[in-house]
Design a protein around this ligand. Structure first.
Ligand code: DGL
Length: 256
């Protein structure tokens, strides 16, 4: 099974996979040379996704691909399915779960700007949360901040607070009681988000459901867990992180 994200966010799905199938080897691909996708032009993301999947189809054929990235899935899942015979599992914001759980009937989709404004997310909101007030907030830098924290950089609380603060509402239309983590990077820093939240909320993410769906697919696991990046210089930068996450080795995925 291949887990694909623009960066480290897909690790939230890998951790959920391992919680359900401990020790299952996976192939992880981070498009580190293309990161971040959250503010990038759609045509650009789609072109990168096609180049990556094309390279994976040649070098690691016959593995299902989990698009462990909401931005990639909400924008490119359908075009990728149309272009490749590969079995894809997409990751989309857990709007339905939040709508089922919200007590105040007001919750926020916290995601990248691309995911927050996507037709896909808006359709999920219309389909599953018609009786809720749903605020969509595209955080411009939160994925990059999460990535930096995962790589060991320190981030001051005020910067993080300013980035996540606009996801919280308390006015005549109600009070936010849940936040959908609509970017796979965010669950990786959920403890930080919970600590800095202006009031306690329920955090909802889709990694467990995606892991369950991925494990239901027929697949032959690779011999060992490997992590691939798309920038040559990123092997050194990311190695410590991937070693700590149980990956046996790293390599560069060459794109044509
Ligand atoms: N992890 C990705 C997501 O789930 C996107 C992060 C980014 O590249 O901006 O949306």
């Amino acid at each position: 099974m291949i887990i694909l994200d623009s960066g480290l966010g897909g690790l939230s799905v890998v951790r959920a996979l391992r919680a359900q199938a401990a020790d299952m080897p996976v192939l992880y691909v981070a498009d580190t040379a293309g990161f971040p996708y959250g503010n990038r032009d759609y045509a650009d993301i789609n072109a990168r996704a096609e180049r990556i999947v094309s390279a994976l189809s040649t070098t690691m054929p016959n593995h299902p691909i989990v698009l462990a990235c909401n931005t990639l899935s909400t924008l490119c899942l359908e075009p990728l399915r149309a272009a490749f015979p590969t079995h894809f599992v997409g990751t989309v914001p857990a709007i339905k779960t939040a709508a089922q759980q919200s007590i105040t009937r007001r919750f926020t989709l916290l995601a990248t700007p691309n995911t927050a404004s996507s037709d896909y997310s808006n359709a999920l909101i219309a389909q599953f949360a018609g009786d809720c007030v749903v605020d969509s907030y595209g955080a411009p830098n939160l994925a990059a901040m999460a990535e930096a924290i995962m790589l060991g950089e320190t981030m001051d609380d005020e910067t993080l607070r300013a980035e996540m603060g606009p996801a919280f509402f308390n006015d005549a239309r109600g009070k936010t009681d849940s936040i959908v983590l609509g970017c796979t990077h965010y669950p990786l820093i959920s403890a930080v988000l919970a600590r800095l939240a202006p009031w306690p909320v329920t955090w909802v993410d889709s990694s467990e459901a995606i892991a369950r769906r991925a494990l239901s697919l027929p697949h032959t696991p690779p011999v060992r867990s490997m992590a691939y990046v798309t920038g040559k210089e990123d092997v050194a930068r990311y190695r410590r992180f991937f070693t700590r996450e149980g990956f046996a080795d790293m390599a560069v995925l060459a794109l044509s």
